[in-house]
Design a binder for this molecule. Structure first.
Ligand code: HEC
Length: 122
């Protein structure tokens, strides 16, 4: 009986992933109803920590701000950047990779990434 329910849980997880993949390319239009709290927006990040964390991001997002397939994320105002990452983290904006990445990031880490990437001007 126990193993049967385990199998059931695995099936649910599998299907969730499957549905994610189907909607992967669909973007939720401009954050309907999505809000980032003032407390989160008030966090001041640490630019050095942001630089340290950014190496994971620049494997996909070009550090030079090139925009070839994957969007450029340099030179954004901190607030827009924080907003974008939290919209993935909360699932309001759908993208399997960015959702997975942002779910691992704390609010402080997001603020630090935002302040670091804002500082890169191309
Ligand atoms: C495996 C590749 C990959 C990695 C690693 C990655 N991203 Fe992304 N990121 C993407 C893709 C693809 C998109 C476009 C998703 C979409 O269409 O919504 C994106 C979108 C974004 C956006 C929104 C861009 C826009 O124009 O709206 C931001 C901001 C962002 N990523 C920041 C980050 C940060 C910060 C990190 C590191 C913590 C990171 N990404 C790591 C692939 C990646």
């Amino acid at each position: 009986m126990k193993s049967l329910s385990l199998l059931f849980i695995c099936l649910i997880i599998y299907f969730k992933f499957f549905i994610f993949a189907i909607f992967a390319s669909q973007e939720v239009s401009d954050n309907d109803g999505f809000e980032v709290s003032d407390e989160i927006l008030a966090i001041v990040g640490d630019i050095d920590y942001g630089e340290y964390l950014s190496s994971e991001c620049t494997t996909c997002h070009h550090a030079q701000g090139l925009d070839e397939g994957i969007p450029s994320i340099t030179g954004w105002p901190v607030e827009s950047f924080v907003w974008a990452l939290h919209s993935y983290k909360s699932g309001a904006r759908k993208h399997p990779i960015m959702e997975m990445i942002t779910q691992r990031l704390s609010n402080e880490e997001i603020a630090s990434l935002a302040i670091f990437f804002e500082s890169i001007n191309n």
